[in-house]
Design a protein around this ligand. Structure first.
Ligand SMILES: Cc1cc2nc3c(=O)[nH]c(=O)nc-3n(C[C@H](O)[C@H](O)[C@H](O)COP(=O)(O)OP(=O)(O)OC[C@H]3O[C@@H](n4cnc5c(N)ncnc54)[C@H](O)[C@@H]3O)c2cc1C
Length: 474
């Protein structure tokens, strides 16, 4: 299955291009990591670090059990609330979901999300952490537009001592006095380790890469898989579509506002409205489904059923339809990342997503789709004139819209993700033979080498170990 690796190749990485939704995961996620033998990672132990990192500007800051003020990363609700975000949250409330602080004790419920932004502007990790100290602290030297090609590891002592990188066509070496810390993300950290001789023996040998440590690097890939093909059409009452001159005027307004931004360009459209529920397939007191709504331009959908899948060509806040995405929070399927045989160093790695290799994953998402269809019956939807577009999409036109078979077809033919890959340099105790790093993020079998990014997650956040054992496809 094709998988587009969408990652931020810039300062701040993917936090510079993401949707800015600030959701940490549930208590169960971190407790599950600890139960797998990762000491120090239980919810009780990680919560102080979340609180320390946060400068929460919202009502949540009053909850001193879960939120912090004064940390480097600003958290707020966007200053502008999109009309359809309100409709969605109201509709979920009518369906019985409570308004919940999605970063507190219990994620089950709905709300307008908190975001990693400040005054309606993105707050990437570069803005929050690097910019305030860059050029100020003597112990940080940022080399931008540099591509690291290898971690240097002494094959005799198995000790990492630096990296090689390419900048402007020239090769350089940076040497480490203490440790090398890799933080290239869940797609590129495994690639870099494998290029450096840390990875599955048979794969490295097939590429003539000398093996330093035979580890399960690249396996255990997980993501929040979904589909983009379940679409709500909006009436003129709540469509926010603009024409060219209106868009120019909005842009002008946005750039004119200082210091606080406001208006539709200071929000990520309906991505601000979300909900977490439990499907009938989970026994835990934590959600296994989340809903995302992404603005779409679907005006022509009646004449051509394929066009309502068209991506939004306008900024996120200007749309006349909503891609309704049930997100699989606890995938059981696993994928793999391998080096590209043609050009392992500069070519993109091979990504085998493994999506839906476990049937239960499809079943949970179908349950999510059935739940979300119920929003149509709410007063909030009826008052707005919002309803699902019930014209079958092209690849699924042989099925009856709204049936399990139709939804199965949507999921397998119009599969998408919201780009949360994790797990490819799995953290685990020594007894876990599939672990790449220990609970202090040190690579097994190599001295002075750590991995510190989303690749270390043993289970994607909102997942749990016990659930993995007991669930069975119904
Ligand atoms: C479109 C999109 C929307 C998302 N929305 C959200 C959201 O709303 N909320 C949320 O919490 N998460 C969201 N995510 C996911 C979130 O952004 C990522 O999980 C997170 O940024 C991962 O952090 P990371 O440090 O592991 O990797 P990254 O952020 O990917 O950082 C890796 C860094 O390493 C650099 N790098 C890689 N290889 C090399 C190399 N060889 N040499 C030098 N540098 C290298 C990259 O350029 C990048 O700067 C989204 C992601 C995307 C792409």
């Amino acid at each position: 299955m094709e998988y587009f690796a969408f990652t931020g190749k810039t300062m701040g990485g993917s936090s510079a291009i993401n949707y800015m939704v600030y959701i940490r995961g549930s208590r169960r996620d971190y407790d599950s990591w600890a139960e797998l033998g990762n000491h120090g990672w239980s919810y009780r132990e990680v919560l102080p670090y979340f609180m320390k990192s946060e400068n929460n500007q919202d009502i949540e800051s009053h909850n001193k059990h879960y939120h912090g003020i004064g940390g480097p990363m600003n958290v707020e609700r966007f200053p502008y609330i999109d009309i359809n975000t309100m409709m969605l949250v109201e509709a979920f409330k009518e369906k019985g979901l409570p308004i919940t602080d999605l970063n507190a004790e219990n994620q089950l419920g709905t709300d307008i999300v908190q975001s990693t932004s400040k005054d309606g502007r993105r707050e990437s990790v570069n803005v929050a952490y690097i910019r305030p100290i860059r050029h100020k602290r003597p112990n940080i030297d940022v080399v931008s537009e540099a591509h690291v090609t290898k971690v240097l590891i002494d094959p005799t002592t198995k000790t990492a001592y630096g990296v090689t990188y390419v900048k402007n066509g020239k090769i350089y070496t940076a040497r480490a006095r203490k440790e090398v810390i890799v933080s290239a993300g869940a797609i590129n950290s495994p690639k870099l380790l494998m290029l450096s001789g840390v990875g599955p023996r048979h794969h490295l040998e097939s590429l003539n890469i000398p093996v330093i440590a035979d580890l399960d690097v690249g396996s255990n890939l997980q993501d929040h898989v979904t589909t983009d093909a379940l679409v709500i059409g909006l009436s003129n009452k709540t469509s926010t579509m603009v024409n060219g001159p209106q868009l120019v005027s909005e842009l002008y307004n946005y750039f004119r506002q200082e210091p606080k931004k406001n208006g539709p360009l200071a929000v990520s459209g309906t991505l601000s409205g979300t909900a977490f529920i439990k499907s009938p397939y989970t026994y835990e007191d934590a959600p296994d489904l989340q809903f995302h709504f992404d603005g779409r331009n679907v005006k022509e959908f009646y004449s051509d059923p394929t066009t309502y899948l068209a991506s939004n060509v306008f900024p996120l806040s200007f749309y006349d339809g909503l891609a309704t995405r049930p997100l699989l929070l606890s995938p059981k399927s696993r994928g793999t990342i391998l080096l590209n045989h043609t050009d392992p160093v500069y070519g993109p790695p091979l990504i085998y997503s493994g999506f839906f290799t476990e049937r239960i994953d499809v079943d949970v998402l179908i349950a999510g789709m059935k739940f979300v269809l119920g929003l149509e019956e709410t007063e909030a939807f009826k008052e707005s004139g919002a309803s699902f577009i019930k014209i079958p999409v092209e690849a699924c036109s042989s099925y009856v819209w709204g049936t399990d078979e139709y939804f199965y077809c949507l999921l397998t033919h119009y599969t998408s993700t919201i780009y949360h890959p994790v797990g490819t340099c799995k953290m685990g105790p020594h007894s876990d033979k599939s672990a790449v790093i220990d609970p202090r993020l040190r690579v097994y079998g190599v001295r002075n080498l750590r991995v510190v990014d989303a690749s270390i997650m043993p289970l994607i956040v909102r997942d749990d170990a016990e659930n993995q054992k007991v669930k069975a496809s119904k």
